[in-house]
Design a protein around this ligand. Structure first.
Ligand code: SF4
Length: 396
């Protein structure tokens, strides 16, 4: 955990690293890799990765998130979304080293769900998630105080998306809440509304709003947005009292960039196209799309699609390009020409993977992710509540 002093009123303790901040001398620390990071121009990187992985054998288990680069994915033992990968890691108790090719909050979840004697490695510590960074524990605790001031904390259940830091998950565990994924957000919200009158949904306002309105049938007026940068979230006590869904003002820097105009444009460009988007997209994008679902749902839908069908996909570009390559009999395009890769996911590249693996061969585990025991205990409470939720929603 890095403590930085900002221009804000109090020092902020950041679970993740802000990139390129000159006020934070430790920023970019994962990029430096003192003395040993292979140059990206090294023509032997693929061979080096192969050799190191072979030398480690079953001692290492490499996880690759769907949004990772091809150069990294080729070395993954399993691929998946963040929750599937954490479960895959937990199912490999005999592998002492888990190399997580993904972002920081995913490696934290893997550490929480694996045994204490397993070591989780994130090849580049600067691979954070801008969405997860948008909800910091001090801000969430201040928001909870604001809900208490408004007299509604005891009827509010906190629900956090998997894409959040371990201390936000722990906050939910301590306060009767739960973790959800994009696959089971509907089930998690129903669970929460059986236990309270309101939900504080962290940190992705779009997943919260899309699920509440499209799956649970709430109205947009029943959703309010809590802005952590404004006193009392920028909301009056009356607005908080009237709301059912209190949405944290966070979003994904990739999915949040697709617009309703992107959907109109692709429909004009590609005749008969089916628009399929992730629920982290804005509400106006999701309502204009033909289908919405998690990355696993997107992959399964395209697997089942007929030859010759046309698809515009609104999710991270690495995955869309891989799906287009895997289905040459279908016309698969990216939803928007201007949206780019997830820059933090792309921090994990082949040089960092080689660096991590070769260090393991030499007996050194670099960039290890360890969640402190108290945070782990309560984060696990919230994760275990999710695991015991009945069934799954339709879009797994
Ligand atoms: S794609 Fe979005 S939610 Fe996923 S890691 Fe990148 S910024 Fe975070």
């Amino acid at each position: 955990m890095v403590v930085v002093t900002t221009t804000a009123d109090v020092p902020k303790s950041l679970p993740l690293l802000f990139l390129g901040r000159d006020t934070d001398p430790h920023s970019e620390r994962g990029v430096e890799c003192p003395g040993a990071l292979p140059p990206a121009s090294d023509p032997n990187l693929v061979e080096r990765a192969r050799k190191a992985k072979a030398a480690l054998g079953d001692k290492v288990f490499v996880l690759g998130h769907h949004y990772q680069r091809d150069e990294v994915i080729q070395f993954a033992d399993v691929t998946g979304d963040s929750f599937k990968l954490a479960r895959d890691a937990a199912a490999r108790p005999d592998s002492p080293y888990i190399v997580f090719c993904g972002v920081h909050f995913m490696a934290e979840s893997a550490d929480i769900l694996t045994n204490d004697d397993q070591t989780v490695i994130l090849p580049d510590l600067a691979a954070g998630c801008s969405m997860a960074d948008m909800a910091r524990i001090q801000q969430v605790e201040a928001a909870w105080d604001a809900l208490a001031d408004a007299g509604i904390a005891d009827v509010t259940v906190p629900v956090t998306y998997m894409n959040s830091s371990a201390d936000i998950k722990a906050f939910c565990g301590r306060n009767g809440g739960v973790v959800c994924t994009s696959s089971n957000a509907e089930v998690a919200l129903n669970w929460a509304f059986e236990r309270g009158e309101k939900v504080l949904f962290l940190p992705d306002q779009h997943l919260g709003r899309n699920t509440a309105v499209l799956e649970l049938g709430l109205s947009l007026d029943e959703c309010v947005v809590y802005d952590p940068h404004k006193p009392h979230g920028g909301l009056t006590s009356e607005q908080l009292a009237a709301a059912k869904m209190i949405l944290w003002r966070g979003h994904c820097s990739v999915h949040g960039r697709f617009t309703a105009a992107s959907v109109d444009d692709v429909r004009a460009r590609v005749p008969g196209v089916n628009v399929l988007v992730h629920p982290e997209c804005r509400h106006e994008v999701v309502t204009k799309a033909d289908l919405v679902g998690s990355t696993e749902y997107i992959i399964n839908t395209l697997d089942a699609a007929g030859p010759g069908s046309s698809w515009a996909i609104g999710t991270e570009l690495n995955l869309v390009q891989r799906l287009a390559k895997a289905h040459p009999d279908k016309n698969i395009v990216f939803l928007d020409k201007a949206v780019c890769y997830c820059s933090t996911m792309n921090r994990i590249d082949l040089p960092h993977l080689v660096w991590a693996l070769e260090n393991l061969v030499a007996g050194t585990a670099i960039n290890t992710i360890k969640v402190d025991p108290e945070t782990e205990k309560y984060a696990k409470v919230a994760l275990d509540r999710m695991l015991s939720l009945p069934g799954k929603s339709l879009r797994d």
